[in-house]
Design a protein around this ligand. Structure first.
Ligand SMILES: O=C(O)CCC(=O)C(=O)O
Ligand SMILES: [Fe+2]
Length: 208
């Protein structure tokens, strides 16, 4: 008998590295593993589509099938989701790119710059608010960055961060029998360009 997905997730290792590839062959298994990480917030199938133009403040709406720049999912939430559980069974040629922020924020001069405020604009009539890229709270420490809905105030450090992060890139190649679990508090993620004939469908569960 196959081991249940619970047996395959080493939580201590996940906390250490901030991401994990695990055996997973169905959306039910993905849901099961995501549920082990915390409370499931959203469960979606993201279909890669051509751009809807600059008026759209979602990254995927703006960039369409072109490469998606590094970002945090749920960047407009008061607290972005802690974990992302993802699986790509269709249209999986384009790699997903993970950028570990930890090496950068362990350097005090960068951490300091990343605590400067940005304006976060949620859209849909919700009020804008200030938030730093790097936020320390009694509940934990997280990063938040999405240039489609965030604007730096005078002395922000976003471009420098994106340059520094090139040094901590992990390229993830999708397999239909694997899922990717990633800390959305520690990693930014991006995606290579998608070929229109691929019909990319990414199953994504966000966990808080
Ligand atoms: O398709 C992917 O690999 C990532 C898509 C993504 O990050 C998003 O839509 O937020
Ligand atoms: Fe994303």
């Amino acid at each position: 008998m196959l081991a249940p997905p619970t047996a395959q997730l080493d939580f201590a290792a996940l906390l250490d590295t901030g991401y994990a590839r695990i055996p997973c062959s169905s959306i039910d298994e993905l849901r099961h593993v995501a549920g082990l990480l915390g409370a499931i917030e959203t469960h979606e199938i993201l279909t890669a589509r051509p751009s809807r133009g600059p008026g759209d403040n979602s990254l995927s709406g703006r960039h369409g099938l072109a490469p998606l720049p590094p970002h945090t999912d749920g960047a407009t939430h008061a607290v972005p989701p802690r974990w992302l559980a993802m699986r790509c069974a269709e249209g999986s040629d384009a790699a997903t790119l993970l950028y570990d922020v930890q090496p950068v924020i362990s350097q005090p001069e960068h951490a300091e710059a990343l605590r400067r405020p940005w304006v976060v604009t949620p859209g849909g009539g919700r009020a804008s608010f200030y938030a730093p890229v790097l936020q320390h709270t009694p509940y934990g420490r997280w990063v938040r960055l999405n240039v489609a809905c965030m604007t730096p105030t005078a002395f922000s450090h976003g471009d420098a961060l994106l340059r520094l992060l090139q040094g901590s890139l992990v390229e993830h190649r999708w397999r239909s029998d694997q899922a990717l679990i990633v800390s959305n508090w520690r990693f930014l993620h991006a995606r290579a360009a998608v070929h229109p004939a691929e019909h990319r469908q990414l199953e994504r569960i966000t966990v808080r």
